[in-house]
Design a protein around this ligand. Structure first.
Ligand code: NI
Length: 169
């Protein structure tokens, strides 16, 4: 078990749609363990496989309700239903040092496989809904800043480039 380096904004792997996971094997389970460890260490509440350089369709999530750990894995997830709207601040481990308010569905229903290869349906509200949408966006090559209005998005991109030149990103 070891921590994995997190890929940052600008790496092409974050922009590529990930490939469906064909089967759940020991290697995948080992990677899931390392990703959870990496997510908790960051610290973060979600980590998609392409954020550790693997272009595969799965992510780990733990919003830690009540401060307790409840790790969850979503494999080949699909959002089946969205409802309502929330506007909250979001950040991303691949875009460290930035946080912006964006619009998301307030409730989602997600169909996925769990780590045992069993189909699961997850109903998420509030933070859980946002986390699910954020991670599933990642798996489709999308980042939270893509939801920002154009002017704000350009400002974030410019700030990232500036910090990168200063060696701060
Ligand atoms: Ni993220």
């Amino acid at each position: 078990m070891s921590l994995m380096p997190i890929v940052k904004y600008g790496d092409a792997v974050l922009r590529k749609k990930t490939a469906a996971v064909p089967q759940i094997d020991d290697e995948l389970l080992h990677t899931i363990g390392d990703m959870l460890r990496t997510m908790y260490a960051a610290p973060g509440i979600g980590l998609a496989a392409n954020q550790v350089g693997l272009s595969k369709c799965f992510a780990v999530i733990d919003i830690q309700p009540g401060g307790q750990r409840h790790p969850m894995v979503i494999i080949n997830p699909v959002i089946e239903e969205r409802s309502g709207t929330i506007f909250e601040e979001e950040g991303c481990l691949s875009i460290p040092g930035f946080a912006n308010k964006i619009k998301r569905a307030a409730k989602v229903r997600v169909r996925a496989l769990n780590e045992h290869g069993l189909p699961v349906v997850i109903e998420g509200e509030g933070l859980m809904a946002r986390c699910l949408q954020h991670e599933i966006d990642h798996l489709n090559g999308k980042l939270y800043i893509d939801h920002l209005p154009l002017v704000s998005r350009l400002r974030v991109k410019r700030d990232i480039e500036r910090r990168r030149k200063q060696g701060l990103f």
